[in-house]
Design a protein around this ligand. Sequence first.
Ligand code: HSE
Length: 292
Amino acid sequence: MIKIKVPATSANIGVGFDCLGLAVNLYAVVQFEDSSSPLEINGCPKKYQNKNNLIYQAFVAAADFLQQPVPNLKITIDSQVPVSRGLGSSATCIVAGLMGANNWFKANLSQEQLLDLATRIEGHPDNVTPAIYGNMSASFIDDNDDVCSAHFKISSKLHFLALIPDYSISTEKARQILPKEMSYQTAIYQIGHALVLAKALENGDFPLIQKAIIDKMHEPFRKQLIPDYEEVQNICLNENSLCYISGSGSTLMAITDKKDQAQEILKAIKKSFPKWEAHHLQVDTQGAHAIV
Ligand code: HSE
């Protein structure tokens, strides 16, 4: 029996659209076992208990890559990662399926190979990279379709709060809403901000994070999909904190460098949005791994 544990991830982090991502301590644990039937899946809604299941598809993609036959499989999912909320639930499925196959066939695929395969399935690397490596990653796809990534430790001074609405957002819709072009001026703005943000997160320099995280590439267009965006921004600003749209939403990720402010934000969110989930999270520093 093989068990793979994969962290949730928060992509974009404001100005790092499709490039930056952060692993956090909400987990999907997926178990792979022999089965007497071709495929048995437990622990997810009925509509995903078939061959279209993303974990299974990723397992099959890895088996094909390794030129191995796909075995009869029982897959059991135990996930804390909410679906379609911008916390990388699809990345957890893809990485779990690939690593499940890697372990099943004792293939020893490297993290780089897993990342290339995962990005091919997901289409962009910003969630799958930190899901594999932990911590924060910056990544891009080069002209040979290989993924290049760099990894950053995040300062332990920072507190991350996942404020998770009781409504989902489709990534497809959140991508369609974006403009097709961007000016040179905005590109320069984004590059400068993203580079400074990465270092400021590493150093825990909160005043610099507040300036660097302000995005012009996706948040101004996507905020209309989150009806409570302004109210949550105001709750965070009142506590001298900030929030950004995690992935394509609907989760808003608050950052603060003060524990008291983190608690005040959680209190205010619970009061204004009693149906939401709100978690005070740690950065996951390990990334996906097999557990016994
Ligand atoms: N970078 C992606 C986006 C993350 O914002 O569309 C969602 O998977």
